[in-house]
Ligand binder design. Structure first.
Ligand code: BMA
Length: 311
């Protein structure tokens, strides 16, 4: 039997729209972080307009979440941000960095999709900092520490020339980004051949930065979204040590195969634990939220022992 690298939580799905005390049509892609003595989840919901907002939920065990009474991020009212968020805010990632919790999210508007950066200390109020990309750009995950004096991120520009790939960019101050280098491309005639993108913020391991990403495969019945793993060198993350040849999670349970968008598992968050495991969270069929657990070392080893080329 094929080895399962991610053990699904037996209580999946862990969150559905019925758990949300305000009107939403879905709950799905979610960033998750440890905060004080608990876990905080920021999750995307579609409204009945088809546009998205971001809600907040809390948990003491990382599996049973209670949703706050009000959404946490809705399209900005402030003049400098509003024109770029009018169609909604999506897919938040949380990175604990130098004492603050930074949130990267996709902002949609008539001008395309770009990445907003906000921060919070308490998950009660947030402060928008800046848009840190132009359009079109989605799926930015910040590294949780500076490397060689600079902030780093995994990002995913859209291109008509190559399949959408994972890049790495650097910044002195989190606002101004550049020195971009391509890190991983979709691999032709492979489960992630159509496009790939960063998922959870990278996790530091003994062997390298673990990058849990999503990869897409086009079929006659639509696109299948799966999760894969890659390992980047600790002091030079643009160097990829290995990209696991096989996927680590694919749509399998009924709620992963059937829903608002069928056959999707999509992650924006994973929380490493002191015992060497990682809790991974994914939106299932863009409709509900699921969780599972993996052994960090096994994922890192998979990237090294059975890799496919990165570029
Ligand atoms: C991607 C993003 C994700 C979504 C996925 C599947 O392009 O929009 O937010 O989960 O498609 O619909």
């Amino acid at each position: 039997m094929k080895k399962e690298y991610i053990k699904r939580y037996e209580g999946n799905p862990i969150l559905t729209k019925d758990d949300v005390p305000y009107p939403v049509e879905t709950v799905h892609n979610a960033g998750v972080s440890r905060f004080e003595d608990r876990y905080i989840m920021l999750f995307r919901s579609h409204l009945a307009t088809g546009r998205s907002i971001i809600g907040l939920a809390e948990s003491s065990d990382g599996f049973n979440f209670k949703v706050a009474g009000e959404p946490f991020i809705t399209p900005a009212a402030e003049q400098q941000f509003a024109p770029y968020e009018e169609y909604g805010v999506e897919d938040p990632r949380i990175t604990h960095l130098e004492g603050d919790y930074y949130i990267t999210y996709s902002a949609y508007s008539r001008h395309g999709v770009r990445i907003g950066l906000a921060k919070t200390k308490d998950f009660k109020t947030i402060k928008r900092i800046a848009f840190i990309t132009q359009a079109d750009h989605r799926n930015v995950a910040l590294f949780p520490e500076k490397i060689n004096g600079r902030f780093l991120r995994l990002d995913r520009p859209h291109s008509h020339i190559i399949p959408w790939s994972i890049w790495i960019s650097c910044s002195p101050d989190l606002r101004h980004w550049g020195d971009s280098r391509i890190a991983i491309r979709p691999w032709q005639y492979h489960w992630d051949e159509m496009k790939i993108g960063p998922g959870a913020p990278p996790i530091k391991t003994d062997k390298g930065w673990l990058n849990i990403y999503h990869g897409c495969f086009q079929t006659m019945a639509g696109t299948v979204y799966r999760l894969g793993a890659a390992l980047h060198k600790i002091d030079e993350p643009e160097t990829v040590l290995g990209v696991a040849d096989r996927w680590i999670l694919e749509p399998q349970d009924e709620w992963e195969r059937i829903g608002y968008v069928p056959n999707v598992v999509f992650t924006c968050g994973a929380v490493p634990e002191d015992n060497g495991t990682v809790k991974i969270y994914w939106g299932a069929a863009d409709t509900v939220i699921c969780a599972g657990t993996a052994v960090i070392d096994e994922l890192a080893e998979l990237c090294l022992s059975d890799p496919r080329p990165a570029l």
